[in-house]
Design a protein around this ligand. Sequence first.
Ligand code: HEC
Length: 119
Amino acid sequence: MRTTESFPQIRRLLIGAVLALGLPCTALADEQKPPAKPLDVKKSFSTICGYCHGDYGRKASKAPQLMNSERTDEYLFNIIKNGKPGGMAAFSSAFSDDQIHQIVKFIRKLKPDEEPQNP
Ligand code: HEC
């Protein structure tokens, strides 16, 4: 009988395919929505957030410094999405969850002496 048992090289290919497909699937499972169109995070930050968060969030101004925040990613995500009464506006209608994740990545990559980069 011809099964995959008699073709070890085919089995190896199948295992490889399962592994290759399995990884992107678990990555996708983390996202609540399909990836939205790419956001120019740097530009959005400077035009929208920069009014209160000075120097791309690298300095405290009207709002606290975001660079080197000791908050968790989840905390930053939730503040951007849901805001905080009396201080920070909610941006859930302006940005998708995926875009807010990108903004958090942008904040995490901020360095004092390097031009901020899109994530
Ligand atoms: C109108 C002013 C204003 C704008 C615009 C604004 N923020 Fe804020 N933001 C604040 C203030 C004020 C706080 C502090 C709130 C508090 O802790 O009471 C804050 C807090 C935060 C925090 C939490 C910081 C911490 O350590 O607690 C994050 C993250 C943040 N803002 C990101 C953003 C991003 C990203 C944008 C643009 C999409 C933005 N903010 C736009 C005023 C603003």
